[in-house]
Design a protein around this ligand. Sequence first.
Ligand SMILES: Nc1ncnc2c1ncn2[C@@H]1O[C@H](COP(=O)(O)OP(=O)(O)OP(=O)(O)O)[C@@H](O)[C@H]1O
Ligand SMILES: [Mg+2]
Length: 242
Amino acid sequence: MSAALDIKDIRAGYGAVNVLWDVSLSVEAGTTTAILGPNGAGKSTLLRAIMGLVTVSQGDIVVDSCARTGTSTWNMVNEGVVMVPEGRMVFRDMTVEDNLLMGAFPKRTRPRAQANLKTVYQRFPRLSERRRQLAGSLSGGEAQMLALGRGLMEEPRIFLVDEPSLGLAPVIVDEIFAGLRQLKEEGRTIVLVEQNTYKALSVADYVYLMQAGKIVMSQVAADVDVDHLHDLYFARKTGSEH
Ligand SMILES: Nc1ncnc2c1ncn2[C@@H]1O[C@H](COP(=O)(O)OP(=O)(O)OP(=O)(O)O)[C@@H](O)[C@H]1O
Ligand SMILES: [Mg+2]
């Protein structure tokens, strides 16, 4: 159900502009890894590189010991590597249920679409109540639940979630993180991009800090000293001073 992810020394970017500089990252199956870092650090670019949405010019992406560098996005999804993008990206003119069913488009998951739909509704009852409503009329928090639900319809073995808390009220953020914690407890592999350090640390097993396209710190979440992390985050000190 869950898979391991290994990223080795990747470089990737947009056309002539390179963004990721020799980024390496190792995620054990069934664990949650948080990627923290300020705006523009390259967090979303890293997720896009894993998904084959930006070109990787160097390095390797390995899923459960199989090299997947250069694999198309479509095939990554077929391998169970699923991304919930930054900004939610729901189909506003479609109903909640049709948005979820879009997540069941890959042939691999289609036979289980109805069962998966039921599970998503149990996980996020608000979506069930609004199943016939257009996604464009949802609140930010509901739209985020929908984006997560659509991802879950794809039966992720590695679930990449980009900034689920962005712009949401604290009570909704708690609800979203309770959902993520439940997924973790069920043994999913999760890679979570977040700017909310405390929330990320509350769910993660392992933490990476990115800055200017590089990993500047990696640590077991339980060992993280938040003050030190924030010093690095805001570039008040360099990683080598410690
Ligand atoms: N489509 C694009 N074309 C060109 N450059 C891009 C594109 N998307 C992002 N970039 C650049 O890549 C760098 C990293 O951006 P990225 O979106 O990966 O950062 P991020 O860490 O996700 O930031 P945020 O926290 O704001 O989401 C930035 O300098 C950004 O301007
Ligand atoms: Mg981003």
